[in-house]
Design a protein around this ligand. Structure first.
Ligand code: GLA
Length: 383
């Protein structure tokens, strides 16, 4: 699956009565391991996926931005220099306005633009549809304004838009993966230095995402609270961030921390260790280690970080008993959303049947399966 660019371009022409100049397409992402570590300066191992947000755009000389979401059939219009005045409208508009605001705030000279947006990333499922909108807008706006900004800097600007404009204190993982993804590879990202190393995915393994259909909007979850707890824990432990703490020191000082903060810190420290072990296991195709690391990650997110929920736990339990499953865990922020499953290619259809039937029996909900391929990051081209 991917966005139909030809029909996006025709919709653009129908809406604005002129052809687009550029097309900018940015993927969603799935995180294989390394959850809630990015905002602790830690390590993550996500992959960009073949579901994306695409934007067709043309420049305007009058500093006005008109944006149309084809999926929601809604329009927005604002002045490039007045974007801060409209803060907080919620929904897709915030991501467009937030990125324009972040670019403006860097004093980058921006043209106005007409924009049409379409996507095929399920919203609210934890597959980073919002980061993909942000990156696609950033890609289109910078190209139209002839600004040459690299993927890391663009990712930082989009994160800033999400932190300060949308109000979600997210880390850098989603935006950076959307910017730098590589086909058939995961990215081993050091969220302190922003070094991103592609790690090849073993042949014969499929990435199968299962959407629990418990949607959530990060702004309405305890996500920001978790981030505050991590900051409190690192300040009590006397380190700049939890990335700088090791397990032995944490255990030795365990009673200096409230129990919940101790468990949050333990998750982050053990999860960082699992990320580098997972990168090694993927490189060597060591299936049993991949499975163990994903199981431990899920358990740590459930018990120590407390971001799973009964539906995600049910999906993980069902998948771990299913033939051909190498590893399974919740993915993304949690509180709903999806699990990620690494499944032997020849077992994907039986996996789908078994897990969907078991899930609907146990929860009364109909999950949805997305078979994904690791994909390239942001692409901006002439239309
Ligand atoms: C969300 C955030 C990311 C990251 C994950 C949890 O996707 O946007 O920055 O913190 O949750 O790993």
């Amino acid at each position: 699956m991917s966005v139909n660019i030809e029909s996006l371009k025709s919709e653009f022409e129908r809406t604005y009565s002129c052809p687009p100049e550029v097309v900018s397409e940015a993927p969603g992402r799935v995180n294989l391991i390394g959850e809630h570590t990015d905002y602790n300066d830690g390590f993550v191992l996500p992959a960009a996926i073949d579901r994306s947000v695409a934007i067709a755009a043309a420049g305007r000389g009058d500093g006005i931005i008109r944006a149309k979401s084809l999926d929601y059939d809604q329009l927005d219009e604002f002045g490039v220099e007045r974007v801060h005045r409209f803060r907080g409208s919620r929904g897709w508009r915030d991501y467009v306005r937030g990125v324009v605001w972040a670019l403006q705030d860097e004093h980058l000279p921006l043209r106005g633009a007409d924009i049409a947006i379409a996507g095929d990333i399920p919203p609210g499922a934890g597959l980073s549809s919002s980061a993909a909108v942000e990156m696609a807008v950033a890609g289109a706006m910078t190209r139209l304004s002839a600004l040459d900004i690299d993927g890391k800097k663009l990712a930082r600007l989009c994160q800033r838009a999400e932190n300060l404009f949308v109000g979600v204190q997210c880390g850098i993982m989603d935006q950076l993966t959307s910017a730098l993804g590589e086909q058939d590879h995961a990215l081993l990202i050091d969220c302190r230095s922003l070094d991103a190393e592609p790690v090849p995915l073993p042949a014969g393994i499929s990435i199968v995402i299962v959407d629990s259909k418990v949607p959530r909007n990060l702004a309405d979850t305890p996500y920001n609270r978790r981030r505050e707890e991590c900051a409190e824990a690192s300040s009590l432990l006397g380190v700049a961030s939890l990335r700088d703490m090791d397990l032995a020191t944490l255990e030795a000082t365990r009673y200096a921390l409230p129990n919940a903060l101790y468990r949050r810190a333990r998750h982050v420290i053990t999860e960082n260790a699992r990320v580098s072990a997972m990168a090694d296991a993927l490189r060597t195709g060591d299936r049993s280690t991949i499975g163990r690391l994903m199981r431990d990650s899920h358990e740590s997110l459930r018990a120590d970080f407390e971001v799973s929920n009964p539906e995600l736990d049910t999906l993980v339990a069902l998948a771990s008993e299913t033939k051909g499953v190498i590893g399974t865990r919740m993915t993304g922020a949690g509180f709903g959303g999806c699990t990620v499953n690494l499944v032997e290619c020849d077992s994907v259809s039986s996996f789908e049947q078994t897990v969907l039937a078991g899930y609907s029996r146990q929860t009364g909900l109909n999950a949805e399966v997305h078979l994904c391929r690791a994909s390239n990051g942001l692409r901006v081209t002439d239309a």
